[in-house]
Design a protein around this ligand. Structure first.
Ligand code: SAM
Ligand code: SF4
Length: 446
């Protein structure tokens, strides 16, 4: 009988990319993926430590899984990712049912580590700070039916924003060689992928530290020239590293989608300074103006933290005003949480949990109105949409995304997966658009 593995992923796109790599390694070893932990011989949890909430959820799940190990001691149980890196052997002490603890830079050793665990009949941890991060295993059909795919261009971060745990758990910034990225992009396209999303914690500082070529702009130019690639996106960019050259590419490259995720974090200069972000609100606003001048239809999304230590009511009002002024297409907002080892953990004047929640609700209400208004303003327009597959709620509806990264559902009795189509927007909702098919932009790949 084919052995099964179960893999639960918490957190960001980087974690999803890492989980895809782990899944491919196990599939190549002859395992099959199961959606049910109880059925699996290997159970893995890929964890996120960026905010307390995600970490707590992962720890609760790890605790709950102890009963499965009691029932069947032959199961291999492992924790991967940022919580694994951060808590290391403490996790093995706290959860004696665990077999493996593997940090984000070592997940591609999953096959060797699980074999070692069986041979030595002992818990195994692997938390080395290796720069060997080329997590590009063979696909073996893994991408079948997929249209869009993440492609990692760098690992780690050197910015040390005062609230952020990433540099401590993913290590120093390491850019992957461009030849490897380009080879992988060619492979992805041969496998049927039409849209590539370059990912890294700070993609626009790609190759800066090691003074290597190409720059991030050069990498985008090279990717844009690959035949068969229809769309190119990247995330996340840091405002302090967003060059005029990179902004200019939004008006130049045919595959680069009119969307940028540019986290601002706060609308108050005093808070930005204490966050060690390296830019002012004015600089951020200038960047948005330049982006909108270069590409008037560009969609901008951002991240904000509320309740950072010392954030006053006035600081928070400045964040609200910035949101009103810049009118983001989308905003991901979070309550600040202390992360072990970060500078902000020791900052005075912590904001109370109730205050943080109230500020978060106010900010989210404000943004929800803007997002809805932006989506409604697209009613009557015709958008180019890359069709990704059946809509979530089923029926005969298909789903895809506009260049501005908005989800569009529309009725169709043919698959159209992988095709660029023209959709007339009928209705703008809070989280998606509904439209009708008004013709192909290119041929379907199916
Ligand atoms: N590299 C990206 C950047 O520079 O903006 C973001 C990476 S971080 C994994 C994703 C988001 O989580 C951040 O933009 C920030 O808004 C949020 N975040 C990070 N640390 C946080 C903390 N301690 N409390 C609350 N939110 C946090
Ligand atoms: Fe964290 Fe700042 Fe690095 Fe983003 S740039 S990953 S927020 S330290």
């Amino acid at each position: 009988m084919t052995p099964l593995f179960y893999l639960k992923t918490f957190g960001c796109q980087m974690n999803k990319h890492d989980s895809d790599s782990v899944s491919q390694i196990l599939l190549n070893e002859g395992y099959r993926q199961s959606e049910i932990a109880e059925d699996a011989q290997i159970i893995l949890i890929n964890t996120c430590a960026v905010r307390k909430k995600a970490e707590d959820k992962a720890l609760t799940l790890i605790g709950r899984l102890a009963s499965l190990k009691q029932k069947n001691p032959d199961i291999i149980m492992g924790v991967l990712g940022c919580v694994a890196q951060n808590q290391g052997v403490d996790l093995l002490r706290r959860f004696p049912h665990l077999d493996l603890v593997i940090g984000p830079r070592n997940i591609h050793h999953i096959d060797k580590l699980k074999t070692r665990n069986r041979k030595e009949k002992n818990m195994v941890s692997c938390l080395d700070w290796t720069d060997n991060i080329c997590l590009f295993p063979k696909y073996n059909g893994y991408l079948k039916g997929k249209v869009t795919c993440f492609l990692k261009v760098m690992e780690g971060c050197d910015n040390f924003c005062s609230y952020c745990i990433v540099p401590f758990v993913r290590g120093r910034e390491t850019s992957l060689p461009a030849t490897i990225i380009l080879d992988r992009a060619h492979q992805l396209i041969r496998e049927g992928i039409r849209e590539i999303i370059l990912i890294g914690q700070n993609v626009n500082s790609y190759n800066v530290k090691n003074k290597a070529k190409p720059s991030f702009a050069g990498l985008l130019r090279a990717l844009d020239g690959i035949s068969g690639l229809q769309r190119l996106r990247f995330t996340t960019s840091h405002p302090k590293d967003l060059s005029d050259e990179l902004i200019g590419l939004f008006g130049e490259l045919k595959t680069l989608c009119p969307h940028i995720h540019l986290p601002v974090q706060s609308g108050s200069d005093a808070v930005l300074r204490r966050m060690s972000r390296g830019y002012t609100v004015e600089h951020y606003m200038t960047l948005i103006e330049k982006l909108r001048t270069t590409r008037p239809d560009i969609a901008v999304s951002s991240d904000m933290i509320v309740g950072f230590p010392g954030e006053t009511d006035e600081d928070f009002q400045e964040s609200l005003s910035l949101v009103d002024e810049l009118r983001f297409d989308n905003l991901f907002s979070f309550r600040y949480s202390d992360r072990r080892g970060t500078k902000a953990t020791g900052f005075p004047n912590k904001v109370g949990e109730r205050e943080k929640q109230e500020r978060l609700s106010l900010l989210q209400e404000r943004q929800a109105r803007i997002t809805l208004a932006k989506n409604k303003s697209l009613e009557g327009t015709v958008q180019t949409v890359l069709v990704e597959g059946p809509a979530k709620h089923g029926g005969e509806q298909r789903s895809g995304r506009t260049g501005g990264n908005k989800v569009v559902n529309f009725a169709s009795n043919t698959s159209l997966t992988g095709a660029l189509v023209r959709i007339k927007v009928i209705k703008g909702f809070q989280n998606s658009l509904f439209g009708e098919f008004s013709g192909p932009e290119s041929h379907s790949v199916e």
